[in-house]
Design a binder for this molecule. Structure first.
Ligand code: BGC
Length: 396
């Protein structure tokens, strides 16, 4: 039964009170004077700096801790721009570290799997450690059999970057800068490099890459974080569900150098256009999967226009965490941690076994300096290298 009496009585009382207020019969108490917002109230995104370690030559290295308004936290050091922790809230607001990492600074100084690092000057492989620009041949150190991987022996993951932290109303971050000298690791040209890490209060972690050179060179920068959306140290990632917005991929030879062909993913284990459980693909009976010991391949992204494009979405069914990757790059290397082999001092305590994490390294295609059919990675004086990638975290 409807209680008409009480609702109409309440309505009448409210009307009378409103009328009395409008007629000035009862004055509301004056509002207390408002104190100007403190800097903390203005920006709930904060950053702090602590000492992280010292290199053998005495150079001190820092660790920056960025926290956004939702409690999402990123820890990154100016040694290689390495992200050492990434704490992402679940649906209840509880945060868990979702990136793989090592125990101490000394472990990061070696960091064989490139955990969390900025990769450059050339991410991924350059065949036979050499390439030509304008008929001039450049030779690079070979650190992956006969090939060069991730910028050589001392790539951008193993250098100390200048770091300038910033705090804004809706974001927080660090601007990392580094000048790679002409001839460093065999690459021509002084390369002025800037990589900006930004954590927004929308739970986005973005990377803005910028570079200029004074001689023609090649550039391919990326970020090498390994993710486990169930939480670091929580087993393998084979239950993760993956979508990659790519119609094609670049098959490789047994040394993981692209053959030069751009091949449709249709009817291959590389068709991730509809959500796929990773475990259903990493052991597929397929020559390409055998070459990579799992998936370690460049996907050719469907790009309709310049600007950011959705490259991939990964979700983890037990925690319902979701990570989306948007990028301006034409490709993404999907690497399923195939070379992790229980040997590292994992920060989570338990050693990292094969497939403990996955990487989505946005980039130009591997070995582009030697592959005329691939989009060019040459940067010339007067030009600007600009690239952006955003990892967005949410809960389904
Ligand atoms: C490469 C792998 C390599 C790994 C190093 C990835 O970017 O694609 O082949 O083993 O980096 O940790």
């Amino acid at each position: 039964m409807k209680n008409e009496f009480s609702s109409s009585t309440v309505g009448w009382l409210a009307g009378a009170l409103l009328a009395a207020t409008l007629l000035g019969c009862s004055k509301p108490p004056p509002a207390p004077p408002k104190a100007p917002p403190t800097p903390e109230e203005k920006s709930k995104n904060t950053i702090s700096k602590t000492a992280f370690g010292t290199l053998p030559d005495g150079t001190a290295v820092d660790l920056f801790t960025m926290v956004n308004a939702n409690g999402m936290e990123v820890r990154a050091t100016n040694y290689g721009g390495i992200i050492t922790a990434l704490l992402v809230p679940d649906s209840t607001g509880k945060t868990t570290d979702v990136v793989l990492g090592l125990k101490s600074f000394d472990d990061y100084a070696k960091n064989p799997p490139y955990f969390g690092a900025i990769i450059g000057r050339y991410g991924n492989r350059i065949a036979k450690g050499q390439f030509k620009i304008d008929d001039q041949t450049y030779k690079l150190p070979k650190n992956d059999g006969p090939n060069t991987l991730h910028g050589g022996l001392r790539g951008f993951d193993k250098v100390v970057w200048q770091a300038e932290p910033f705090e804004k109303e809706d974001s927080v971050g660090v601007i990392f800068t580094y000048t790679s000298k002409d001839g460093e690791e065999g690459f021509p040209g002084n390369l002025q490099t800037r990589v900006t890490y930004t954590l927004t209060d929308k739970n986005e972690l973005s990377f803005d890459y910028h570079a200029t050179t004074d001689k023609p060179t090649v550039v391919n920068l990326t970020q090498h974080s390994y993710f486990n959306l169930a939480g670091d140290g929580n087993g393998d990632v084979l239950g993760h569900e993956v979508t990659i917005y790519a119609n094609e991929y670049t098959p490789v030879n047994k040394l993981l150098i692209p053959t030069g062909k751009i091949v449709s993913v249709t009817d291959t284990p590389f068709d991730f256009r509809n959500k796929v459980k990773l475990g259903d693909r990493v052991n597929a009976d397929n020559e390409q999967i055998k070459f990579g010991k799992g998936i370690d391949h460049n996907f050719v992204l469907k790009k309709k226009q310049p600007g950011l494009t959705l490259a991939a979405r990964v979700s983890e069914p037990t925690t319902r965490r979701v990570m989306e990757v948007h990028t301006t790059e034409p490709g993404v290397q999907f690497y399923t941690g195939n070379f992790l082999d229980d040997t590292l001092a994992a920060k989570a305590g338990k050693p990292y076994a094969k497939h403990s994490g996955f990487c989505l390294e946005t980039q130009h295609y591997p070995d582009s300096p030697n592959q005329s059919e691939f989009p060019s990675t040459v940067l010339r004086p007067g030009e600007e290298y600009n690239s952006k990638t955003v990892y967005t975290f949410s809960v389904r």
